[in-house]
Design a protein around this ligand. Sequence first.
Ligand code: TXA
Ligand code: MG
Length: 319
Amino acid sequence: MRKAASLIRAGGIVAFPTETVYGLGADAFNPVAVARLFEAKGRPLFDPLIVHIADFSQLAVVASSVNRLAGRLAGRFWPGPLTMVLPRHERVPVIVTAGLPTVAVRMPDHLIAQDLIRRADTPIAAPSANRFGHLSPTRAEHVLAQLGDRVDMIIDGGDCPVGVESTIVKIEEDVCLLLRPGGVPVEDIEAMVGPLIRPSETDKPESPGRLPSHYAPSVPVVIAESAERIDFHREDAGFLLFRGPQVETPAGRTEVLSRKGDLREAAANLFAALHRLERLPIRVIIAESVPERGLGIAIMDRLRRAAAGAIVGEQEGVR
Ligand code: TXA
Ligand code: MG
């Protein structure tokens, strides 16, 4: 941890675990180090980063103002998988926010992430530690495979317990917009602040990185409404099932996210299962839908984005 912190202070880039996914971190106040993050990921410069803090005192150096609504959400959900888009402090380099007047901030609920930020003694800008457009990493080995030769260090903290990226909300006065469903269930936020506004992705992209095709494995994904509609005889397919199947499925080509159908467990297993499937000699991944509540909203969001790059007919392998 000492070495990792001194690398960050010296302008290096370090991959580290958070409760959601692994991040690739740099000193948020060092624009040259942040530029290295974009380069390592192959990420376009118009896509801004999340700044990670370990203490409430660090919020004041990255955001120019924190209103009552933002303060309440922070008090309830931090540390945790909630990112808030707030007015940017002028000290934050423009490369971090891609020139936007706002900055995305979160306080991760992971001891290694917190320890790294405290030892480095600076907020850490970190995108997910994957190549641009690919699956997010939930294990150190996923980072090693995608970015091993491009980073200064990878801290192995085992599996990420939540497994999907943070929920992103934008705070505009007393209005809360949902930019990305994620690790904090939308219902939990709505229980506190009332219905969230969901900006339509077609009229005004509120989150520049929310491309319709994203989080994509290297094999096309097709979504089936239910497991009953999946043709398990298809030999060139891998199967991503939400719960323990009622029928026999091809061993070695089937991933079950949660035997008992628990959405938290399913989210925690999602990316590791997709990483395993994409390494198989298959032409398509057929995924069972999950119920769209709680973490199921984030899971279906990621599956739909993965499926947007699909090149096979929607009905192939799905009845
Ligand atoms: O769980 C997570 O959020 C992980 C871990 C590492 O913290 N990070 C993560 O970062 O998923 P990334 O870069 O893969 O996704 C950040 C998203 C992007 O879609 C970006 O466009 C959006 O946050 N974003 C960042 N700053 C923003 C801003 N000022 N306004 C709107 N969207 C913003
Ligand atoms: Mg990402």
